[in-house]
Design a protein around this ligand. Structure first.
Ligand code: BES
Ligand code: ZN
Ligand code: ZN
Length: 498
C-alpha cells in the first residue's frame, strides 16, 4: 500500500467516505470536489436509511457514473474516538474487492487530524496477509500496491503526513511480529530467528544484534534455556538487540519467550491443536517487532531486547520431570512439568536483563493456558512488582486499544513456587488453580535487584501473558487470522510517549 496525503479536491479511484451513525446527508461544506451524481447517490442511500453507519460496517456502491464508493460506518456520533476511526479503517480495508481497483481517496467529514490518522493506521494494520507458502495469483493483480490518498486541508496536511509516517513505521513492526509468528515451525527455529535478527540489524546503523549460541549458553550457565532446548536438534540460543547503545543512562529492557515449537517435551501435550504451539515464540516476535517499530520511527533513546529461543521437544536427551537445574541466577529449579518451559527460558532472560542497567524490564510470553481461561482472547494478563508501572502499561495499552489487564502478584503464589522439597524453586504450582499467577510469581524469583545488589531493591518489572491475545483473537479488528502482533503498538507508545 502507498498512502499519501492530498490537499486537492480530486477523487482518484474509489471514494472512501467515513460516516457517523445518523448522518442523513453529506454536509455542504464537505462536498468539495464531489461530482453531483455521486453526492446524490450517497445522500439517497443515507436518507433512505440503507446505510446506518454502524461501527465497522461498510457499504460498497459500484457502477455509478462517477466511480465506485465505499461508505464506512463509524458508529454513534457522541464520543467517537480514534479507536472507532482505526477500526473503521481496518474494516474498510478488509472490504476492498478487486472491483474497486487499486486507487482510493478517503474524504473525511469533520474529523480531527488524530482521527484521520487513526483511520489510516487501521487501513495500514489490516493490510497484511501471510501468503509466502501459497502459489501466486496467475494474473499477478495481487501484487499491485494500492494507492490510498487521504484528502485534507492544507492546514492539516503537515501534521497528518507525519502521523501517517509514524503509523507506517509502527505497522511495519506489527507486521514483522506477525510474519515471525505465522512462519511454520519447520522454518522458524531458534537459529533462524537469530539469523533474521542479524540480517535485519544490517539496515540500521544504530542497532546491534548479539547471538549467544548453544555452546556459549552452556558456558555462560544459562541452565533454563539449555534445559528446554537441549532435546531438540534445533539448538537454543539467546538473541540480544541493542538500540542506541551509546546513549548513557538507564533504559527499557524487553524480554521475550521464544519457544519456536512447544510439544510440552516429555510432559507431552495432547495432539489436538498442537500446531498452534508454533505461536509459542510470540513473546520474542513482540519484542523484535517493537525494535523494528522503534527503528522505523527513528527512536533516539537506548532500548534493549532479549529473546530466549528454544524448541521444546521430547527426546532421549530431553529434560525430565524431576530434574533439578541451575540457571544464570544461581537459584536451582525443580522441573516438575517440562511443559512449563517458558518460565525456564525466561528465568535466564530476566536475570540477563539486569546487565543492561534497566529503567524497567517487561517480559512478553505466551506463558499459560490459565491466562486464556481467565481473560479469554480479549486482554493480556499484566503483572508487576510496581503498582505505578503496572498502571503506566495499562494506560499505554488503552491508548492504542490493546488491553492489558491487571492481575495479582501475591506472596502466597510466590510461596507456592518456592517450597520445593529439594530445590530453591519449582516450575509448577501445588495445584492447577491460579496457574497464570503462579507462573508470574515464579518469574519474579528471577528478576534481579538493581546492580544485582544482594539486599537491594528489585528492578521495576512487568510480565505480560499474551497466550490469549497473540493469536486466535477473533474480535481484534486489525487482524483477519493468525498471529496478531499485539503489544508492538503498546510498547512503542510506552517507550516513546508513556
Ligand atoms: N505455551 C504454553 C501455554 C499456552 C497454552 C499458550 C495454550 C497458549 C495456549 C505453555 O508452555 C504451557 O504449556 N503451559 C502449561 C503450564 C502448566 C504445565 C503449568 C499450561 O498452561 O498448561
Ligand atoms: Zn509448554
Ligand atoms: Zn510454551
Amino acid at each position: 500500500m502507498e498512502m499519501t496525503v492530498s490537499v486537492n479536491d480530486n477523487i482518484n479511484g474509489t471514494l472512501i467516505l467515513p460516516i457517523v451513525e445518523g448522518t442523513e446527508s453529506i454536509p455542504e461544506d464537505c462536498e468539495r470536489g464531489l461530482p453531483q451524481s455521486m453526492k446524490a447517490q450517497i445522500n439517497k442511500v443515507l436518507s433512505d436509511g440503507d446505510f446506518k453507519a454502524k461501527s465497522k460496517t461498510t457499504l460498497s456502491l459500484v457502477g455509478g457514473e462517477d466511480g465506485n464508493i465505499i461508505l464506512s460506518g463509524l458508529g454513534k456520533g457522541d464520543g467517537i474516538t480514534v479507536h472507532d476511526y482505526r477500526k473503521a479503517g481496518a474494516a474498510v480495508f478488509a472490504s476492498i474487492k478487486k472491483i474497486h481497483g487499486n486507487d482510493f481517496t478517503v474524504r473525511f467529514i469533520e474529523a480531527g487530524v488524530a482521527h484521520m490518522a487513526a483511520f489510516a493506521e487501521g487501513m495500514m494494520l489490516r493490510d497484511y496477509s501471510y501468503d509466502h507458502y501459497k502459489m501466486k495469483d496467475e494474473d499477478g493483480e495481487d501484487d499491485l500496491p494500492k494507492q490510498i490518498r487521504l484528502a485534507c486541508s492544507e492546514k492539516e496536511a503537515g501534521e497528518l503526513t507525519s502521523l501517517v509516517e509514524k503509523y507506517r513505521g509502527i505497522a511495519k513492526g506489527v507486521h514483522l511480529s506477525r510474519d515471525l509468528g505465522n512462519c511454520p515451525p519447520n522454518d522458524m527455529y531458534p537459529e533462524e530467528f537469530a539469523d533474521r535478527a542479524w540480517e535485519w540489524a544490517k539496515q540500521y546503523d544504530n542497532v546491534e544484534v548479539t547471538i549467544i549460541n548453544y555452546d556459549q549458553a552452556i558456558k555462560a550457565g544459562m541452565g533454563g534455556l539449555v534445559a528446554v532446548g537441549k532435546g531438540s536438534s534445533r539448538k537454543p540460543c539467546m538473541v540480544i538487540f541493542e538500540m542506541n547503545k551509546d546513549v548513557k543512562g538507564k533504559c527499557p529492557v524487553l524480554v521475550g519467550k521464544g519457544i519456536t515449537f512447544d510439544t510440552g517435551g516429555i510432559s507431552l501435550k495432547p495432539g489436538a491443536n498442537m500446531d498452534e504451539m508454533k505461536y509459542d515464540m510470540g513473546g520474542s516476535a513482540t519484542v523484535f517487532g517493537t525494535m523494528e517499530a522503534l527503528a522505523q520511527t527513528g527512536h533516539k533513546g537506548k532500548v534493549v531486547a532479549i529473546t530466549c529461543m528454544a524448541e521444546n521437544m521430547p527426546a532421549a536427551n530431553a529434560t525430565r520431570p524431576g530434574d533439578v537445574i541451575k540457571g544464570l541466577s544461581g537459584k536451582t529449579i525443580e522441573i516438575l512439568n517440562t511443559d512449563a518451559e517458558g518460565r525456564l527460558v525466561l528465568s535466564d532472560g530476566l536475570w540477563k536483563a539486569g546487565e543492561f542497567n534497566p529503567e524497567y524490564i517487561v517480559d512478553f510470553a505466551t506463558l499459560t493456558g490459565a491466562c486464556v481461561v481467565a481473560l479469554g482472547h480479549e486482554a493480556t494478563g499484566l503483572w508487576s512488582n510496581n503498582d505505578e508501572f503496572r498502571g503506566r502499561i495499562h494506560d499505554a495499552g488503552n491508548a492504542v486499544d490493546e488491553l492489558a489487564w491487571p492481575m495479582p502478584l501475591l506472596p502466597a503464589f510466590e510461596k507456592e513456587m518456592t517450597d520445593s522439597k529439594i530445590a530453591d524453586t519449582r516450575n509448577l504450582g501445588a495445584g492447577r488453580w491460579g496457574g497464570a499467577n503462579t507462573a508470574a510469581a515464579f518469574l519474579k524469583q528471577f528478576v534481579p535487584n538493581v546492580d544485582y545488589e544482594k539486599d537491594g531493591e528489585q528492578i521495576t518489572w512487568a510480565h505480560m501473558d499474551i497466550a490469549g491475545t497473540y493469536w486466535g483473537a477473533k474480535t481484534n479488528n486489525m487482524v483477519k487470522n493468525g498471529a496478531t502482533g499485539v503489544h508492538v503498538r503498546t510498547m512503542h507508545h510506552l517507550i516513546t510517549q508513556g
